[in-house]
Design a protein around this ligand. Structure first.
Ligand code: NAD
Ligand code: ZN
Length: 379
């Protein structure tokens, strides 16, 4: 089969790999029909996540058709159209029992923090991902779900991560009626977080980025006020001014491991070290939230980012909440919002490209070229 393969920072290509086989009785093999490139894949592509091994296949956002099931799989049949949450989890360990699907202990027992994620380095279990024609899906009775007939493929695909994560980011903000919610980052996660904030009672939603075309999408898709941080000497002062000098009630970081917000330059670990590895967006979030407010971190940060303003966060009495999103937990509410017409997830999709051209897709997304927001890979 054809599969995207990582060759080192900024280097990916399509290779031939064997079609994955059933390795455990509870596995399924899915024939991928659509995958997407996530902002998290860019951290791997930029070489910012530890233990990202050459030869692995990325891709944790995918849907497809069940191709084969192991002998103990009960809930899926060959031919089912399924969406697969990006987390791999057993559904029954201490953490899964508490809804912490992204912290499952059985898929990655040696890790101190994270559970399993498809195609997301050996830190997250070393599973191959879905930017390929086929993918092995462990615990097939737990994560994968038959896509309702009325749900479009692209909307289902976005449920597997970006949409569920944006929604989760807003949930972790504990938004109260009338709250001012600021979202740093107008990528797919930020756009969905901004949209979700309204569902939870926000009174104002402000999205901050430096890419004008994405801010335009935030105004149109998420009805947000927008601020282009490149046009302000000090975005924190601007944020204070626009919130009666109190700060936002809730700030969501939907940026993560980007050093300088300038993706047209190659970001390297060495460069980040020179800059003190300062996670700019997270520090802006801590500075822009009001005292006693909540910062919800959806952005992913690698170990290179250590200079976080935890002293200031402590002194402000902040609630900092974060996790890899337990995507499936958000599905029932999201399906309701889509079904009743409050949400059309694939409004944020800008590009659809065949798997063969995935390297161009990564380059375009990394450098934010051609108005790229979300790229779907077709097989
Ligand atoms: P993306 O690259 O499309 O979006 C990031 C946006 O942030 C870009 O528009 C960029 O211009 C903007 N940006 C850069 N520096 C900024 C700054 N200092 N202030 C404000 N905006 C800034 O990525 P995405 O797909 O939207 O993902 C966003 C983040 O969420 C990534 O870090 C990704 O790893 C993470 N993520 C986390 C989870 C989770 O479960 N927690 C799931 C998916 C993605
Ligand atoms: Zn992702």
């Amino acid at each position: 089969m054809k599969a995207m393969v990582y060759r080192g920072p900024y280097k990916i290509r399509i290779d031939e790999k064997d079609i994955p086989r059933i390795e455990h009785p509870n596995d399924a093999v899915i024939r991928v029909t659509q995958a997407a490139i996530c902002g998290s894949d860019l951290h791997l592509y930029h070489g910012l996540m530890p233990d990202t091994r050459v030869g692995t296949t990325f891709g944790h956002e995918f849907i497809g058709v069940v191709h084969e099931v192991g002998p103990s799989v009960e809930n899926l049949s060959v031919g089912d159209r399924v969406m697969v949450p990006f987390n791999i989890y057993c559904g029954s360990c201490y953490f899964c029992a508490r809804g912490l699907f992204s912290n499952c202990h059985n898929v990655n027992p040696n890790a101190t923090a994270v559970g399993g994620i498809y195609g997301y380095s050996h830190t997250c279990g070393g599973y191959d991902g879905g930017q390929a024609e086929f993918v092995r899906v462990p615990f097939a009775d737990v994560g994968p779900t038959v896509i309702p007939d009325w749900l479009d493929d692209e909307d289902a695909l976005l449920m597997t991560d970006a949409l569920a994560t944006g929604y989760f980011g807003a949930q972790l903000g504990d938004i109260r009626e009338g709250d001012t919610v600021a979202v740093f980052g107008a990528g797919p996660v930020g756009l969905f977080a901004a949209k979700s904030a309204w569902f939870m009672g926000a009174g104002r939603v402000i999205v901050i980025d430096h890419l004008e075309y994405r801010l335009a999408k935030a105004r149109e898709f998420a009805q947000a006020e927008t601020i282009n941080f490149a046009e302000h000497d000090d975005i924190v002062v601007t944020m204070k001014r626009t919130t009666d000098f109190l700060g936002a009630d809730v700030v969501i970081d939907a940026v993560g491991a980007e050093a300088d917000g300038n993706l047209t330059q190659h970001i390297t670990a060495a460069k980040l070290k020179l800059q003190g590895g300062s996670p700019i967006a997270l520090n802006w979030a801590i500075d822009s939230v009001r005292k006693g407010g909540t910062v919800s971190v959806m952005g992913a940060y690698g170990p290179i980012f250590s200079a976080v303003k935890f002293g200031d966060a402590m002194n402000k009495g902040l609630t900092l909440r974060m996790n890899q999103a337990p995507a499936k937990r958000q599905w029932p509410r999201l399906l309701e919002h889509i079904k009743n017409g409050h949400l059309k997830p694939n409004d944020i999709v800008t590009h659809r490209i065949p798997l063969e051209h995935i390297a161009e897709g990564y380059h375009m997304f990394s450098a934010k070229l051609d108005g790229c927001i979300k790229t779907i890979i077709t097989t």
